[in-house]
Ligand binder design. Structure first.
Ligand code: IMP
Ligand code: MG
Length: 369
């Protein structure tokens, strides 16, 4: 992944794929022009790499020249094409082949046709390395197309985002979701997960997704997924992971503008951790860290017994029940600790101390991600 100005881009088309496409275009064009010596016209700025690599592959004699047009502002095509450098040589009677880096709306191409309308060239053909069929709004024929791509902004191999990225030898595509910080928060009962989640949510503008809350919300509001989940629970069966993942997906999509998510209560198994990775991947994102609050068992027991006195929660009133819950937590989460350690994403945090001390420790990890 790379960052240019404020935006993130992911690898999309390799240098090798580009090379292959240009090679194919070169041999097709060479075959079609026969004995003519064509004039290749590159459209600056974007096409400088295309022209350079293309003509090196062109197996016969040719001429090369450039015109300079500009249409793009940021990541959007504009109607306004500026003619910065026009044709500087007489092309009467010549076979002219335009070499474009990319054809998007076709506005630039329309300007090219205007430029050539009064030139008495023998033939005018259009070749482009990249073509976005969904964006193209004109009827001009495109004679040679290297690679068709979806209507998403790309950079690299001559193409820029606001001046940057032209130098890259391969092509990157803009990310669907911009950079997010996604955390999986773990901690045994009494570790202070809820308190810290509240703090992280505020400080980093993250959305807290507690699986328990998501289930209760869906069941209470009788959403399709809620009803489905309930049908399993009513039978005393486990809710299939896919149902839970679908609910989480809905939460993530509801909060598409979030800076990231705190997952709380999920995943609990290897399979769920994998499913969560896949979900984040489908959003062009990832889990950045699993943060586990580590607190000594005896301190947890003490804290929970104290909480039990005021909360009235029966499972907080009995030391041996509390100990069982803690043991169960470690049994269950050991696998996940391994899973995230293998990805170099496990962070254990000392959960003993003042709330501020602990939030300080958490922030240090998140800031360094
Ligand atoms: P059109 O005029 O909309 O066809 O766009 C053509 C010009 O816009 C290209 O020559 C590029 O300079 C620029 N452009 C179009 N799509 C992209 C893109 O995805 N990334 C970077 N520049 C682009
Ligand atoms: Mg261009």
């Amino acid at each position: 992944m790379i960052k240019l100005h404020d935006k993130y881009f992911k690898p999309f088309i390799s240098a090798q794929q580009i090379d292959q496409a240009l090679g194919q275009m070169a041999s097709e064009i060479a075959r079609d022009v026969g004995d003519e010596i064509p004039v290749f016209v590159g459209i600056l700025n974007g096409s400088f790499m295309v022209v350079s690599d293309f003509v090196k592959k062109y197996p016969k004699q040719c001429e090369v020249t450039f015109i300079k047009l500009a249409s793009y502002e940021g990541v959007k095509s504009t109607e306004d094409i500026e003619r910065l450098i026009g044709l500087t040589q007489d092309l009467t009677g010549r076979t002219v082949i335009i070499l474009e880096d990319i054809i998007d709306s076709g506005n630039t191409l329309a300007e090219v046709h205007r430029i050539f309308k009064n030139e008495k060239v023998k033939t005018l053909k259009i070749a482009t390395l990249f073509y976005k069929p969904e964006a193209y709004k004109k009827d001009f024929k495109l004679h040679y197309i290297g690679i068709e791509i979806p209507n998403k902004f790309i950079v690299g191999f001559g193409l820029d985002y606001d001046g940057l990225g032209r130098h890259l030898p391969e092509v990157y595509q803009i990310k669907e979701t911009q950079h997010m910080t996604n955390l999986v928060l773990f901690g045994p009962p009494g570790a202070g997960k809820g308190t810290q989640a509240e703090f992280l949510k505020e400080k980093y503008n993250l959305v807290h997704i507690s699986t328990g809350d998501v289930f209760r919300y869906n069941i209470k509001n009788e959403t399709a997924l809620g009803m489905l989940a309930k049908s399993y629970m009513d039978k005393g069966a486990l809710v299939p992971d896919q149902v839970t993942i679908d609910m989480l997906n809905a939460e993530v999509e509801k909060n598409a503008d979030a800076n990231g998510f705190i997952f709380d209560g999920f995943p609990r198994t290897n399979a769920q951790a994998k499913a969560l990775d896949e979900l984040m991947d489908s959003k062009d994102s990832q889990i950045n860290a699993m943060i586990a609050l580590e607190v000594d068992d005896e301190i947890l027991v003490e804290r929970l017994l104290k909480r039990g006195k005021t909360s009235g929660r029966p499972d907080d009133a009995d030391a041996s029940i509390i100990r069982n819950r803690i043991t169960e937590y470690y049994n269950k989460t050991a696998i996940l600790k391994d899973y995230y350690t293998a990805q170099d994403k496990y962070y254990g945090v000392d959960g003993v101390g003042s709330i501020e001390d602990i939030t300080g420790r958490l922030s240090a990890i998140i800031d360094a991600l």
